[in-house]
Design a protein around this ligand. Structure first.
Ligand SMILES: NC(=O)c1ccc[n+]([C@@H]2O[C@H](COP(=O)([O-])OP(=O)(O)OC[C@H]3O[C@@H](n4cnc5c(N)ncnc54)[C@H](OP(=O)(O)O)[C@@H]3O)[C@@H](O)[C@H]2O)c1
Length: 292
């Protein structure tokens, strides 16, 4: 069986799996086999792609193709792969991918005992269930790839076919890469939640709080893109204004003490960033450091 035939098998027909199968099948890749925990999910995948066959046994499903995607929830990728490998399911020289951001291709190592190559492809995007006729959720997004060289090579071709942008990361860096995505997305939510709590306590109505801050938030993101984080930093810490920061802390400690520790931690990290610009006096840096 030839990789160049671009025939694939998909195990785990959920949100990402079906989106992947639909949009790859529009770009010269052919779904040959679908397998999922419930047969109905695999049947739905066939209905939506118009191609392929349902298998209740994943071992038989992967025999049909030299490209395999395991798009089950993260917790079962490794056991699903081990089950297939221990039954000699993967074809020699086939390429097996998972699409988890948190886990590296190492969890697919059992496939190597069948002579397969392994890799992971992670789209930095949140996927909703596929709706017929919808736009591709892959178009223009960024997708990381890591794993065996052959898997990276094919991964790039797949990402290209999806009209997305690929970048590679070392296998051992996958966890830090994922932590970065969590900070950039999830912790941004956390930070804005903190800001909104402060504003609500400044007597602003809850329903207006986000709208009040939105131009500031979006303007800051624009500045980061244009000038980088260090040069985008403004405000009392960047100016070395310890008096203003001291006032913030007095009110937070008094009225919202549950946020005292968080404000100080963020302040210290902000001071470290400001310090890299080298514009704060030694005296101000010392005073701000003591406050935090
Ligand atoms: N959704 C996202 O936004 C997103 C973004 C980036 C990466 N990912 C990654 O994509 C992968 C899939 O995530 P998802 O959001 O698509 O999950 P999902 O919607 O829950 O889909 C997972 C599918 O796997 C099937 N499944 C569960 N256990 C299985 C097993 N033992 N054998 C075979 N199939 C099994 C489920 O089956 P049934 O339907 O048959 O019950 C379900 O349809 C994960 O690795 C996730 O980290 C997801």
């Amino acid at each position: 069986m030839d990789i160049n035939k671009k025939e694939f098998c998909l195990i785990g027909c959920g949100r990402l799996g079906i989106n992947l199968a639909v949009f790859l099948s529009k770009q010269g890749f052919t779904p040959k086999a679908f397998s999922s925990k419930n047969l109905e999910s695999a049947e739905k995948a066939i209905k939506l792609t118009g191609k392929g066959q349902v298998y209740d046994n994943p071992v038989k499903a992967v025999k049909t193709s030299n490209i395999v995607f395991i798009t089950t929830p993260d917790t079962v990728i490794e056991p699903v792969c081990e089950n297939i490998a221990s039954n000699d399911g993967f074809n020699k020289n086939s390429i097996v991918f998972h699409l988890s951001g948190a886990l590296s291709s190492c969890i697919l190592k059992s496939a190597k005992q069948n002579g397969a190559y392994v890799g992971s492809i992670h789209p930095l995007q949140a996927f909703a269930p596929y709706e017929p006729g919808q736009e591709s959720p892959f178009k223009g997004i960024n997708i990381s790839i890591e794993g065996d060289e052959k898997a990276i090579e094919l991964g790039k071709e797949i990402v290209n076919a999806l009209r997305a942008n690929s970048f590679t990361i070392p296998t051992e860096a996958k966890t830090l890469y994922h932590a970065s995505a969590v900070v950039a997305s999830n912790y941004l939510v956390t930070l804005e939640h903190f800001a909104l709590e402060l504003l609500k306590n400044a007597d602003q109505p809850e329903e207006k709080a986000y709208d009040i801050l939105e131009p500031l938030i979006l303007g800051t993101l624009k500045n980061i893109k244009a000038r980088g984080c260090i040069n985008a930093l403004t405000g009392p810490v960047a100016r070395g204004d310890d008096e203003i920061v001291s006032r913030h802390l007095k009110d937070i400690d008094e009225k919202m003490p549950q946020f005292s520790k968080l404000y100080r931690m963020l302040g210290q990290y902000t001071l470290d960033i400001a310090d890299q610009r080298g514009e704060i006096s030694e005296d101000a840096r010392q005073k701000l450091g003591d406050l935090f």
